[in-house]
Design a protein around this ligand. Structure first.
Ligand SMILES: [Zn+2]
Length: 270
C-alpha cells in the first residue's frame, strides 16, 4: 500500500493532492504564529504582545507557564516556522505556502503529465495513478503477502499473472489495445514488457496536442478496463469480450472529451 504521506503530496511529485489534515492543522497554527511574529494588525495579536511577549524575541523567549494551552500551542509553532524559508515574493495565501513547505521538497515524477489534463473518468485516472506506482495488485504480489489465489491470469487463462504479463504479454490486453489503435488509426509497439507500451505512451503524450490528449485518455481508460474486467471475472464471475469493452471506451472518450477531442474522434469510425 502507498504511505498516506505519499498520497497527500502534490500530483507533480507522485501524490494525489489529498489534504493532510495533520499538516494542515500545523500550517494553520504556524500561520497564527506568523501573524504574531509579523505583528499583524489584529486586536488579539496586540493583546498577546502586550501580555505575553512584552518586547522579547518571540523565537527565543521562554513560553510562560501561566498562558492558556492555545497560546502555548501557537508559540510552540515557532519550531515549524524556523524550518520554513521566507517567501521571496508576496504570497496570496500564506497558509498554503506554509502547508507546502511543511510537506517538504520531493522530486517530480516523469509520469505526472499523464495525470494532468487527463479527460478520462476520475476512477480511471486513479487506476492509472496506482499503476504508475506499481500498486495494482497482481496474483504474484498477493501470493508474496501469503494470500492464496489462483496464479493463472483470468483474462487469457494461459500464463501466470504479473504486471509484465497483464499489460505486455497477455493476449486479451493486446487484443483490446490493438482494437483501440485500429479505431484511432495508430500503431504502437507491443513488446513482452508493459514498459514498452508505457514508454511509447510517455513519448506520445508530450505537449498539449489533441492527439496527445486522446492517447492519454484512451490509455487510461484501457488500463482501467483491464483492471475492472479482471476484478469482475474473479469476484463476480462476469465476462465481457474485447469488442464491447473497446466500444465502451470509445463511447466514454466521445462523451468526456473536450470539443477538440470530440471533433477529432467523430471523424473516425469504430
Ligand atoms: Zn493474460
Amino acid at each position: 500500500m502507498l504511505a498516506w504521506e505519499r498520497v497527500c503530496l502534490p500530483k507533480a511529485t507522485g501524490g494525489y493532492n489529498i489534504t493532510n489534515i495533520q499538516v494542515s492543522y500545523k500550517a494553520a497554527t504556524a500561520k497564527t504564529f506568523w501573524d504574531i511574529a509579523h505583528k499583524a494588525d489584529k486586536m488579539w495579536i496586540k493583546w498577546i504582545h502586550l501580555y505575553y511577549i512584552k518586547g522579547q524575541n518571540i523565537f527565543e523567549m521562554r513560553i510562560p507557564n501561566q498562558t492558556s494551552w492555545i497560546v502555548k500551542k501557537i508559540l510552540g509553532a515557532r519550531d515549524d516556522i524556523k524550518q520554513i524559508q521566507r517567501p521571496t515574493v508576496q504570497k496570496k495565501t500564506i497558509i498554503r505556502y506554509i502547508y507546502n513547505q511543511l510537506l517538504g521538497d520531493h522530486p517530480k515524477v516523469e509520469w505526472r503529465r499523464l495525470i494532468y489534463h487527463n479527460r478520462a473518468r476520475p476512477k480511471a485516472t486513479f487506476t492509472l495513478w496506482l499503476h504508475c506506482h506499481g500498486k495494482l495488485s497482481t496474483t504474484d504480489r498477493l501470493r508474496k503477502w501469503g494470500i492464496n489465489v489462483q496464479s493463472l491470469c483470468v483474462l487469457c487463462q494461459v500464463s501466470d499473472e504479473s504486471r509484465d504479463h497483464r499489460f505486455g504479454e497477455c493476449s486479451f490486453s493486446r487484443g483490446l489495445w490493438s482494437r483501440l489503435l485500429q479505431w484511432l488509426q495508430m500503431q504502437s509497439p507491443l513488446g513482452q514488457a508493459w514498459t514498452n507500451l508505457f514508454t511509447w505512451i510517455m513519448q506520445k503524450t508530450k505537449g498539449r496536442t489533441t492527439t496527445a490528449k486522446i492517447i492519454k485518455m484512451t490509455y487510461t481508460e484501457f488500463l482501467h478496463a483491464i483492471w475492472k474486467e479482471r476484478k469482475n471475472r474473479i469476484f463476480k464471475g462476469e465476462t465481457r469480450d474485447q469488442e464491447s469493452i473497446a466500444r465502451e471506451i470509445a463511447c466514454v472518450s466521445n462523451i468526456r472529451g473536450t470539443s477538440d477531442i470530440r471533433n477529432q474522434l467523430q471523424k473516425l469510425s469504430f
